[in-house]
Design a protein around this ligand. Structure first.
Ligand code: ADP
Ligand code: ZN
Length: 723
């Protein structure tokens, strides 16, 4: 039994520390413990000392004793290896990665119940406006005082006041209520021969219980979900856990529904919108192994599954799997590593797989399973181009006559349409006609975006908002401000003007900000209460609406303007995915793509349906530039509130770049987002050949330098954003 223990504490600024283990405590690697740190106590995890070197060896006689050991299953060795790997690969403090595994600090602390609050129905006389607002917004909801205060947008004190007044009452919620296990044979579908073949390969892999990465590559509507559900069923039979990662929490609700139809009970959901009691219950059930199937956003990846038997990454090409804040990791890639450490199959499902993934297939590392046809004889939609140079919309409008005519026909047939524009709000830029003043965010190198529905201008980077201006702040001219360019709200206005009777809905992260909102949207679509959806990338994926027969892409050129490494690939994926929403039922679908560049390779590939040559050309371009997946990039981002400190630090880093064979360093240069949240930003880009252990080089390089405390230096390995 261990007498001394090395503990990785939940504090990213600290390395591992050693503690004395008194006889009343039993610990092993992975044990979750409470340790003293100065006057405080902090949770942490016991680690193998040889895998987590400490800065200094402390003699036995000077060790402080552990305070306690939590009554929770220890973190398994595969998860500990994953945490080490993630920290090493992404150059992050191990404690920052550990924090994602212990994502629910409250789950650690005993208690089988938690006190939540809900309305009693009693309304006290003489309500203050704040109290009235709280009662109205809380409605049927229940949660901690803090959570209700957030929902109602009032202070905690207002909620407590309402508790005193008898309008809100406490309820004890059991956090250990068991989850009903899904039943593998509840309602299996009859699979087509191609589906059955793919499903057999996956179930065999689940039975083998060994690492095996798969690309499940099937056109939109081919039944990829039904196929990987068979693998889930097999994992259930083996009494193993399954993790399904989705790119967007808005997709959770439709997924839960569909899963319940197939397996009789819902899976356990994990995402940022959970209440604390739900989070605690889910975390504990995951750690105990009782949660058999977990569906979640990327944060579900690091949870302490007791017996993981299968990992599925759905819509695996989605760039939202890349985390940009905190530890910048790519959930798709980490999912594959987790499968390797756990010894289980990993399924990457996509109709438009990333070039990185296709390359792994070409190298023979991943097995590819293909579903070439839509289920039930549904045809892939016809994709046609509207050349905006030849068939332009009228002045001040954004929908070309051909698209408007198609919308009218679709409405007349009582079918549904979807207009796709990847821009939230009303207009991306507001400009003064008199003096040319543009409204910029005071904290960021970005325009303020007009949101007419919320009556304000907002920065999409830092969240800064301002009321819509009436006069120009520069020249004081009245009625001189004009909105430039369209966002979804402006398209919705155009639709309302063209088709006053049509029922339109705007779908963006502003309107679909929770799984419940997403469920409401799906229900309204299915009930036929919406004729025309106007949406951002949020509507491009996953959804299955059989009566949706027309998709219009408002501006296919938008995605290409950014010009980063993956711009063309991303445009292709996005348009192919949104096109895939059309004609999924018995009625055929059609897709109209508005563009000024009908000859661009992306557009030609979409129209001809020849994805293979497009991918081949893109892959060749990457190969000749030695860009990923052939070479590797890492970005070094230097930021601070002081411009001179930022520049000086970036230059210091640049000057000290080591000369390494097969590695080149570009920059420093001001980042395209030269200012973000009030911080100046400079970037360096490291370009290395694949085999080089570039992380080691960067660790030594930056480790030898010092800069002012106010300067932040972050490394983004395999960056997706070049801003
Ligand atoms: P994908 O994920 O490839 O886009 P889905 O799995 O969503 O495709 O399938 C599209 C639609 O077809 C869904 O409504 C699904 O339930 C249905 N479907 C697919 N395969 C079958 C099957 N074998 N039997 C019955 N329905 C199926
Ligand atoms: Zn901003």
């Amino acid at each position: 039994m261990l007498k001394r223990a090395r503990v990785l504490l939940l504090n990213a600024a600290l390395g591992p520390l050693d503690y004395r283990v008194d006889p009343e405590h039993r610990v092993e690697p992975g044990s979750i413990v409470l340790a003293p740190l100065g006057p405080r106590q902090l949770a942490g995890v016991v680690w193998e000392p040889e895998r987590m070197p400490a800065d200094a060896e402390v003699g036995d006689n000077r060790l402080r004793p552990l305070v306690g050991v939590y009554d929770l299953p220890p973190l398994g060795a595969p998860l500990r290896r994953l945490i080490e790997w993630t920290a090493g690969y992404y150059l992050a403090p191990p404690a920052a990665v550990l924090r994602m595994a212990l994502a629910s600090a409250s789950a650690l602390d005993g208690g089988r119940t938690i006190t939540e609050y809900r309305l009693t129905g009693h309304v006290p006389p003489r309500l203050t406006p704040q109290r009235a607002q709280a009662l109205e917004r809380i409605g049927e909801r229940q949660g901690l005082v803090r959570e209700l205060a957030m929902i109602a947008d009032v202070s905690d004190a207002v909620i407590r006041g309402l508790v005193k007044a008898g309008a809100i009452e406490p309820v004890e919620v059991a956090v250990d209520t068991p989850f009903a296990p899904p039943a593998p044979d509840h309602a299996p579908p009859a699979l087509s021969p191609a589906q059955a073949e793919a499903a057999a390969a996956l179930t065999a892999a689940v039975k083998r219980a060994a690492f095996a990465p798969f690309l499940l590559d099937g056109v939109t509507g081919s039944g990829k979900t039904e196929v990987y559900f068979e693998a889930v069923a097999e994992a259930l039979r083996q009494d193993k856990q399954t993790l399904v990662l989705l790119p967007e929490i808005a997709l959770t609700e439709p997924f839960l529904k569909r899963f319940t139809t197939r397996f009789g009970h819902a899976p356990v959901a994990w995402h940022s919108d959970l209440r604390q009691s739900q989070r605690r219950r889910a975390w504990r059930a995951i750690a105990s192994g009782e949660a058999k199937v977990v569906v979640g956003a990327r944060s579900a990846l690091f949870l302490p599954y007791r017996a993981l038997g299968l990992i599925v990454v759905d819509e695996a090409h989605e760039t939202s799997f890349k985390q940009e804040e905190g530890v910048p990791y790519h959930a798709r890639d980490v999912a594959v590593m987790r499968g390797r450490f756990e010894g289980c199959p990993v399924v990457l499902a996509s109709a438009t797989p990333a070039i990185e993934t296709q390359h792994q297939v070409a190298l023979g590392h991943y097995a590819a399973l293909g579903l070439p046809d839509r289920h039930g004889g549904a045809q892939l939609p016809d994709i046609a181009v509207i050349n905006l140079l030849k068939d332009p919309p009228p002045r001040g409008r954004w929908l070309a006559p051909t698209l408007v005519a198609a919308l009218a026909e679709t409405l007349a047939r009582e079918e549904q349409s979807l207009l796709f524009l990847n821009r939230r709000g009303y207009a991306p830029l507001t400009l003064c006609r008199t003096c040319g003043h543009r409204f910029q965010c005071p904290n960021c190198t970005a325009w303020m975006v007009e949101h007419r529905l919320m009556a304000r201008l907002a920065c999409h980077h830092c969240g800064h908002v301002m009321p819509p201006p009436r006069v120009c702040p520069e020249c004081s001219e009245e009625n001189s401000l004009v909105a430039c360019g369209p966002g979804v709200e402006r398209i919705a206005d155009e639709v309302a003007a063209l088709f006053p009777e049509a029922r339109a809905a705007i779908v963006t992260s502003d309107t679909l900000w929770s799984p419940a909102k997403a469920a409401e949207f799906v229900n309204r679509m299915e009930a036929g209460e919406i004729d025309i959806v106007i949406g951002t990338q949020l509507v491009t994926k996953g959804y299955h609406f059989p009566n949706l027969t027309l998709v219009g892409v408002v501006d296919a050129d938008l995605g290409l303007s950014g010009g980063d490494l993956r711009a063309a690939e991303r445009s292709f994926q996005q348009i192919a995915q949104v096109a895939g929403r059309a004609g999924r039922g018995e009625k055929p679908g059609r897709v109209l793509v508005q563009t000024r560049e009908p000859e661009a390779p992306v557009i030609r590939a979409l129209v001809s349906g020849d994805a293979a040559s497009f991918y081949a050309a893109e892959t060749e371009a990457r190969r000749s530039a030695n860009a990923p997946p052939f070479g590797r990039y890492a970005a070094i981002i230097v930021s601070s509130e002081a411009l001179d400190d930022t520049v000086a630090t970036a230059r210091l880093i640049g000057r000290n770049a080591p000369a390494v064979d097969g590695m080149a360093v570009f920059g420093p240069a001001p980042a395209p987002l030269a200012m973000l949240r009030g911080r100046h930003r400079q970037r360096l880009l490291v370009h290395a050949r694949r085999q080089l252990a570039v992380q080691d080089v960067i660790r030594d390089w930056l480790g030898a330098l010092t800069w002012p405390r106010s300067v932040r230096v972050t490394v983004d390995v395999d960056p997706y954003s070049f801003l």
